[in-house]
Design a protein around this ligand. Structure first.
Ligand SMILES: Cc1ncc(C[n+]2csc(CCOP(=O)(O)OP(=O)(O)O)c2C)c(N)n1
Length: 537
């Protein structure tokens, strides 16, 4: 069998291709982005960057109901956006397999929080698989499609940054390209979730989870590796790899499926070991559930719920000698992130700083406008948040006002990137018009989704595969969303006088306004050249 060195993300794409996937959707987000970027290189697979994760999952649900094996990709916080369709897709089930490849980001290498998405699988009552390396990422993706169809459910494949981005040896199997979408068949009681239908479907969901709960005890991906019975470790994902390195003598129960949990197998493991501990990153997810089964177990009393683990953290917790730290002379110097030299966002933040405005910010490269020397961002919560937060600040300030340290009355503006505006800013703009706000929203359009590695979006006139696409028109959009008096302006980011004059004029206009500041991302072209001849694995 052919072998390749692949990242976890490349291996998930390969697994999906081998499983006969014909539809892939997603929204970019570190550390998940490369899954769809790789899937798009395979012949015979339709892929799209959807406008956001909710829409990506909806397109995925539709494709699966029409019988196509479908992969939907997103980062952990993306699943918050897609949570609404997720919970009900658990009720309606699938026809073609539906797998959501979801990547968590412990330690927040590139995220605004480090939520633990294992809770979603439990709460939405869907199975969750967790590979521990690249080869498992490929195999588990295929298994996830089989489980999805066998149990009539969407399945979540959970990765974390270390699995997604580390490389490992992967075996290549022949792809199943004979699969065709079998077509949509009407099934109103199963697909139309009015309460009368949903009540019956909920019963089916509970039965499914009960059946799965029994079957996972015999799954080949939940494995007991008996060694020294003095200490048994229950673990999954990347933590399994750390445990094997740090405690090679320990007995291990390696869980490939983290929802539902194999209670019988866990019981057997407890009866074979003197003491059992749980090694998991982030929340005490396994710990609480194993404790709820009635077992006495240690977990978060030994480890932090914050950040990543590593072999040394495990050695330390078990009193094993740790690796000596490198002397500071050979440690890498810290490299705080900053806007690139020549980045079009620089001019804007310099001006916003000089004008002393309150800036509700958003997520993208431009969030770095918070850093010195710009220091021109006051809030950043989640994608699209700048638009809603600005309205809240304005509503609260009406009448009371807000003052700078120097006692000067302060005015607020919202700043958002083009991809983020399309993702979840537009509905906030409609809210502003509907509720009579007079806000100024500034879109920083650099022609791409730069933060996650230059993916096209609905404003860039291009699709995932480089095909030309319809591009949203700011002026028509602004007008349709309720902006009046020609208060949509488009200016060049490299003409600072125009930028400043437009901000002043639109603020003075006293009515709802949209300022689009355009300047292409300076490293976009280079990346495009590099990816031009990307071949499938
Ligand atoms: C819900 C959600 N999905 C995805 C991401 C990952 N992400 C962070 S910023 C961003 C978009 C940035 O693009 P844009 O708004 O165009 O700004 P730019 O980086 O190009 O300046 C994405 C997709 C996220 N943080 N949250």
């Amino acid at each position: 069998m052919e072998k390749r060195l692949l990242s976890g993300n490349e291996a998930i794409a390969r697994g999906a291709f081998e499983a006969g996937v014909t539809v892939g959707t997603g929204y970019p987000g570190t550390p998940s982005t490369e899954i769809l970027e790789n899937l798009t290189t395979y012949e015979g697979v339709y892929t799209e960057w959807s406008v956001n994760e909710k829409v990506a999952l909806e397109v995925g649900i539709g494709a699966a109901l029409a019988g196509a094996r479908t992969l939907v990709t997103m980062k952990h916080v993306g699943l918050n956006v897609a949570a609404d369709p997720l919970f009900t897709s658990s009720y309606i089930g699938v026809k073609g397999g539906l797998v959501i490849a979801n990547a968590d980001d412990p330690n927040m290498h590139s995220s605004q929080n480090e939520q633990d998405n294992r809770h979603y699988a439990y709460a939405a009552k869907v199975p969750m698989l967790e590979p521990a390396d690249s080869e498992e990422a490929r195999q588990f993706t295929k298994l996830a499609f089989e489980m999805s169809e066998a149990y009539d459910t969407p399945v979540i494949l959970r990765s974390t940054t270390r699995i997604s981005h580390a490389k490992g040896v992967v075996l290549l199997e022949n792809p199943d390209r004979s699969r065709k979408a079998s077509g949509f068949e009407r099934n109103i009681k199963k697909y139309v979730m009015i309460p009368g239908h949903a009540r019956l479907r909920h019963i089916e969901v509970e039965k499914r989870m009960e059946r799965l709960g029994k079957d996972v005890n015999a799954s080949p991906v939940n494995v007991i590796e008996m060694n020294d019975p003095a200490v048994g470790i229950i673990t999954s994902g990347i933590c399994y790899t750390y445990v094997k390195e740090a405690l090679p003598e320990a007995s291990v129960l390696k869980l490939g499926i983290v929802n539902p949990l194999p209670e019988e197998l866990i019981r057997r493991f407890f009866s074979s070991c003197k003491k059992v501990c749980i090694v998991e990153e982030l929340d005490p997810y396994l710990e609480l559930r194993v404790k709820a089964m009635g077992f006495k177990v240690e977990g978060k009393s030994l480890f932090s719920s914050v950040g990543e683990l590593d072999p040394d953290a495990i050695r330390k917790a078990f009193g094993v000698k740790t690796t000596p730290a490198l002397p500071s002379s050979v440690q890498l110097p810290p490299r705080p992130p900053s806007l690139c030299p020549g980045c079009p966002h620089r001019t804007v933040f310099k001006i916003l700083n000089q004008m002393g405005l309150i800036v509700t910010g958003d997520i993208g490269c431009y969030t770095l406008g918070v850093m010195p020397p710009f220091s021109a961002m006051d809030t950043c919560v989640e994608m699209g948040g700048s638009i809603g937060l600005l309205q809240g600040i304005e509503v609260a300030m009406d009448g009371s006002g807000s003052k700078s340290a120097a006692g000067v009355k302060m005015t607020a503006v919202g700043v958002i990137g083009d991809s983020t505006f399309a993702h979840s800013g537009i509905s906030g703009l409609i809210n502003a018009a509907y509720n009579g706000r007079k806000s100024l929203f500034i879109v920083l359009d650099n022609g791409t989704t730069a933060m996650t590695g230059m993916q096209p979006n609905p404003f860039s006139g291009e699709r995932i595969n480089g095909q030309e696409a319809f591009s949203l028109d700011y002026e028509k959009l602004g007008e349709a969303c309720g902006i009046k008096n020609g208060n949509v302006r488009i200016v060049d980011a490299y003409k600072p006088k125009d930028v400043e004059e437009s901000i002043r004029a639109l603020l003075d206009s006293g009515s709802l306004a949209l300022l689009v500041i355009k300047g292409p991302c300076v490293i976009y072209k280079r990346k495009k050249m590099k990816n031009k001849d990307k071949k499938p694995v």
